[in-house]
Design a protein around this ligand. Structure first.
Ligand code: AHR
Length: 679
């Protein structure tokens, strides 16, 4: 099993006997009939994906591997002297003085740091490591022995001197990696770049810029990145790998409320987040209340989607902010919307325009001449009830469809309640609720209208006490909700959990799928739950029915069956999934018709189970896979077999089908395709 077995290095292999426990231990028996001779219905290739929002330091201090926080000294505002935290002085007040000035070479980032060295090694008044300024990154930098880091900075000095660029322990006593730059006296700024190799490890390190030569110098736009990032594009490797492992069908970004801003002035602006990092002004995200240097900007969102091999979904600000005070919602009236519409058209041109277009040229200049595959945009986030939403939406809709008729447009208005009064390809649906409600919502789309736009469940999660900081209980309800989405995937085209990331040092929203600090990360049960669905994108939903005798309730179970073709191995799999939301185990008599025992390859058949002794159990840095899928070989795999669904569990049985059957179905598919195209 292909995807499931990728996890075997991480997860414990169980013997199948654990799964097929004696019948007397099970509390009830149900029958699950799967009709594998029915070709079923193909589910969208985009069905399960990711929602990335700059929240909880998901990007800044997270997935974006930049180690320096406030690299341009702009976070304190552009009035000087301004607060330059988290930078701080290295040395005492008799040895060094530091402060901000409006002397930067960058027009849009006018603040620079002035460092006045008051001591000198010549008269022994300076400490041996020199004095200057240090940056602790985002709650400490993780510097690892054997790894290399690229440090870039802009510097100007009236006198020539040697600048030490060093990663050190937080108290400066241990030097982990160091280089000395010779800075010549000049009135001009110069960019300096150095790669340093670490000889020791410290996960709470800092970057220190120091000198032991009396004089004055200025620094600006100080950046430090590990040289080893995901696909070389600046994404923190372990975090990017965790999301790549989910095989996402799309990437919605960059928000969320982050896109809107609490006040319009603080909304995310795509134009300010592209081009050289030195020219990006950064901004204070006033919904989640932290400054970002916008290293992870619009370009990086598109690049990440490409690197994950998935479809980007750009959520743009549609001229609405959240709230600026109780009664002062900021919404732009439709007669004034023109520049906002042009701004969005420019953003699409940035993503897709040819290199000789205005914005395509900016993208090419950034090293990406090929267009990004942007096929979906969302007009705002949770803005349906804002003043002018529909009339403004129509301005965006008409302008985009005129220039880019192939782009799918997502409305913020919920068409599952009532038909929309405006055209849309998809409507956005968000749900945060308790576990019982979400479990009940496995039927949410069963009776929704099929005649309007398709549904995009772009944010779902169990929240509140049921979730803790990421519980099995929450994950069970979410898995049931997703099985409901599989069953309704003729209507629901896409779904993503929210939020994706949290830096444990600054939790702004709880719960989240992936928790990290400077050097560690783990998935919550809600992250691992998504592994049960990573073969669903583009797979065929096969008819299945679950039945029980009159003494057994089906109220706590939901199941689905899909047929998945692995394009790289050519293998085909039948995957039966079930969630047991109850606190007693269930025996399932599985009866698959349409395949015989000889069609099944036991060695290619697996069972994946996620459960735990306590339904509120969580993972942690010290026990990162306490609640995670456990994979075992299904040595007894057969069309008719008994499965046990432990209390509070998600179970997937994956039956590897013999090549004869796989190739027969492939040639059958080809025959049908040929028949359709020639008739
Ligand atoms: O996912 C967290 C927030 O929840 C999103 O920013 C917003 O869209 C929703 O309210």
């Amino acid at each position: 099993m292909v995807d499931m077995m990728n996890m075997t290095s991480l997860l414990m292999i169980l013997v199948v006997a654990v799964i097929t426990v004696p019948a007397q231990l099970a509390h009830a028996t149900v029958t699950l009939a799967v009709n594998a001779s029915d070709p079923g219905r193909q589910m969208p290739s985009t069905l399960f994906g990711l929602f990335f929002e700059e929240i909880n330091h998901a990007g800044s201090g997270g997935l974006w591997a930049e180690l320096v926080q406030n690299r341009g000294f702009e976070a304190g505002g552009q009035n000087t002297p301004s607060i330059f935290e988290p930078w701080y002085k290295v040395g005492d007040q008799l040895q060094v003085s530091i402060g901000t000035e409006l002397s930067s070479p960058f027009q849009r980032n006018p603040v620079a740091l002035k460092i006045e060295v008051l001591c000198d090694s010549g008269d022994n008044s300076c400490p041996s490591g020199g004095v200057g300024a240090a940056n602790p990154g985002f709650w400490g930098m993780s510097i690892v022995a054997g790894s290399t880091y690229k440090v870039e900075l802009w510097v100007r000095s009236k006198t020539s001197f040697s600048l030490s660029v060093a990663f050190t322990s937080s108290d400066g006593t241990t030097v982990l990696a160091q280089s000395h730059l010779s800075v010549e006296a000049s009135e001009e700024w110069s960019k300096r770049s150095v790669v340093v190799a670490a000889t020791s490890t410290d996960h709470n390190a800092r970057l220190a810029l120091t000198s032991a030569t009396r004089g004055v110098f200025w620094v600006d736009q100080v950046s430090a990145l590990p040289t080893d990032t995901y696909k070389g594009h600046g994404f923190r490797k372990e975090l990017a790998t965790m999301i790549a492992d989910l095989k996402p069908g799309f990437l919605r970004f960059p928000g969320g409320c982050y896109v809107e801003g609490q006040r319009m002035a603080n909304a995310f602006r795509w134009r300010d987040s592209v081009g050289p990092y030195e020219e990006r002004p950064g901004h204070y995200g006033d919904v989640w209340n932290y400054w970002t240097d916008d290293g992870f900007g619009y370009f990086e969102g598109l690049q990440l989607a490409e690197d994950l091999g998935t479809a980007p979904i750009w959520v743009f600000n549609n001229a609405h902010s959240r709230f600026a005070g109780v009664s002062h919602e900021q919404s732009v009236a439709t007669e004034l919307i023109g520049p906002f519409v042009q701004n969005v058209l420019d953003g699409i041109e940035f993503a897709r325009g040819p290199v000789d277009s205005t914005w395509g040229a900016v993208r090419a200049e950034m090293g990406h001449p090929e267009p990004f595959q942007l096929q979906h945009v969302a007009v705002g986030n949770e803005d349906c009830n804002k003043p002018y939403y529909t009339s403004n939406y129509m301005e965006f809709y008409n302008a985009i469809k005129l220039k880019y008729p192939d782009i799918q447009i997502i409305s913020n208005c919920d068409a599952s309640i009532a038909p929309l009064d405006h055209p849309a390809d998809l409507y956005d649906y968000h749900i945060y609720t308790n576990a019982k409600n979400l479990f009940a919502m496995r039927h949410q789309f069963d009776h929704s209208s099929r005649s309007g736009p398709k549904a995009f469940v772009s944010e779902y999660a169990v929240t509140g006490t049921d979730s803790g900081t990421g519980s099995l209980y929450a994950a069970l309800a979410e898995a049931a909700f997703l099985i409901g989405i599989e069953l309704n995937s003729d209507l629901v085209q896409m779904a993503s959990y929210a939020p994706l990331f949290v830096n444990a040092n600054d939790r702004r929203w709880n719960p989240d799928a992936i928790v990290f600090n400077s050097n560690q990360q783990y998935g919550t049960p809600s992250y691992w739950m998504q592994h049960f669905f990573k073969s669903s994108n583009g797979a065929h939903l096969i008819p299945s029915t679950v039945q029980a005798d009159s003494s057994t309730s089906l109220a706590s179970i939901i199941t689905s069956a899909v047929r998945f073709h692995n394009a790289s191995s050519g293998m085909e799999y039948l995957i039966v999934k079930a969630v047991n939301f109850g606190n007693t185990s269930l025996n399932v008599n599985l009866a698959v018709t349409g395949i015989s025992a000889s069609n099944i390859i036991p060695g290619e058949s697996n069972i994946m189970v996620m459960t735990s002794s306590g339904v509120m159990d969580e993972n942690s840095f010290t026990n990162p896979v306490k609640v995670a899928p456990q994979v075992s070989k299904a040595t007894n795999a057969a069309p008719n077999m008994e499965l046990v669904l432990p209390a509070n569990s998600i179970v997937a049985l994956e039956l590897g089908l013999a090549p004869a059957l796989s190739s027969r179905s492939e040639s059958l598919t080809k025959f049908v395709d040929t028949f359709i195209s020639t008739s």
